[in-house]
Design a protein around this ligand. Structure first.
Ligand SMILES: Cc1cc2nc3c(=O)[nH]c(=O)nc-3n(C[C@H](O)[C@H](O)[C@H](O)COP(=O)(O)OP(=O)(O)OC[C@H]3O[C@@H](n4cnc5c(N)ncnc54)[C@H](O)[C@@H]3O)c2cc1C
Length: 327
């Protein structure tokens, strides 16, 4: 019996590969359903890692139908909005790093599974090992009071704050010194056409020193905006910004951290949908980190194992490649 905790990219990639080779498993995911939560912006899936895993799951052809080659447009701008670099793979019929919307990737991976393979609404609070793996030593305890027992293999694919990880390591990831404010603007083309042109079809990244604003256009016309600033880990609680009125809070945020920037970058932050603001400190494991506990039958994938900052665009590809390696 294989238990996979977490139905993100790493857990569902492993599940879809196990499905292809007929190894039974159950995924336990905290979201109440596949559509319970917006999945955010886009991910570029690399040929040498993410696509390799999709091929092993038999999903590469379907991925190629869903991938967004036009969204490989990348504009790098300075704080005034001037373009400093432009790159695209849209003329390449077989691009190295095609984009896919996060929600679409999840749906693609789920399409390989059967009803019941994923148990939704299962937030793991504790995993225990008692006895040996061959005899089904792993038990899982969930926030809703239910439990599942008798697993021979336990895979923690439950992200940065993994509840499986304590079986392999007690070392928490460390704060990288940067926090991101994630916002979203639906239907930008109609609402603010000039701003939509500024963003383009794919990713628009405005950079100055250690601050950046990244806007990504999804296939449904919405734009996810990530505003990165260098602040202490507890900034969300200690900044003194009153977030009870989102627009006023974001206006103050822009005045403090993006005051010398062009109007487009400022508007991308302020013009977001009401109620769609998430502030997240960023974490990582330093290179060379090793799990200090050996424990047969339990392992970790993706961010649960080695969370990194988003700036390399590698996190999801490493996560999917982990699943490929493990399967
Ligand atoms: C702002 C931002 C932008 C990024 N951009 C990129 C990018 O452009 N390219 C790229 O390659 N990477 C990017 N990343 C990194 C990428 O998102 C991650 O590396 C990737 O999602 C890791 O996949 P995962 O499945 O290991 O973990 P996650 O995506 O975190 O998935 C974990 C899953 O486990 C579930 N879960 C969590 N806790 C529990 C629990 N207790 N019980 C049950 N289920 C649980 C969650 O609901 C989730 O479904 C970005 C990250 C951030 C923060």
């Amino acid at each position: 019996k294989v238990a996979i905790v977490g139905g993100g990219p790493s857990g569902l990639t492993l599940a879809s590969i196990l499905k292809a080779v007929r190894i039974p498993f159950t995924v336990f995911e905290l979201d109440a359903s596949a559509s319970a939560r917006g999945q955010g912006g886009m991910l570029d899936i690399h040929k040498s890692s993410g696509q390799l895993a999709l091929a092993k799951a038999g999903l590469l052809d379907e991925f190629k139908k869903r991938m967004r080659v036009d969204a490989t447009d990348l504009y790098v701008r300075d704080q005034t909005g001037e373009i400093r670099w432009y790159h695209t793979e849209k003329e390449n019929p077989d691009p190295e790093r095609p984009e896919i919307d996060r929600g679409d990737l999840r749906n693609l991976l789920l399409s390989a599974l059967d009803e019941g393979d994923v148990q939704w609404g299962k937030k793991l609070v504790r995993a225990e090992k008692e006895g040996v793996a061959q005899e089904g030593c792993f038990s899982l305890y969930f926030a809703n009071g239910s439990s599942a027992t008798g697993f021979n293999i336990l895979v923690g694919a439950d992200g940065t704050w993994s509840r499986v990880r304590p079986l392999r390591s007690n070392v928490p990831p460390s704060y990288v010194g940067m926090t991101v404010a994630a916002t979203r603007i639906t239907n930008l083309d109609d609402r603010l056409p000039e701003l939509a042109k500024f963003v383009g079809n794919g990713t628009c990244m405005s950079v100055e020193g250690k601050s950046l604003v990244v806007a990504q256009k999804s296939g449904d016309g919405s734009v996810n905006v990530y505003s990165f600033i260098s602040v202490p880990e507890d900034w969300r609680e200690t900044s003194g910004i009153d977030w009870s009125n989102q627009r006023r809070g974001l206006t103050e945020f822009v005045e403090r951290y993006y005051s010398g920037w062009g109007q487009e970058a400022k508007s991308l932050i302020i013009e977001c949908d009401e109620g769609d603001l998430a502030i997240r400190p960023l974490y990582r494991y330093p290179p060379g980190h090793r799990w200090e506990k050996t424990s047969a039958g339990v392992t970790l994938l993706g961010d649960a194992a080695h969370v990194i900052t988003p700036f390399t665009g590698e996190g999801v590809n490493l996560a999917m490649h982990d699943a490929y390696d493990l399967a």
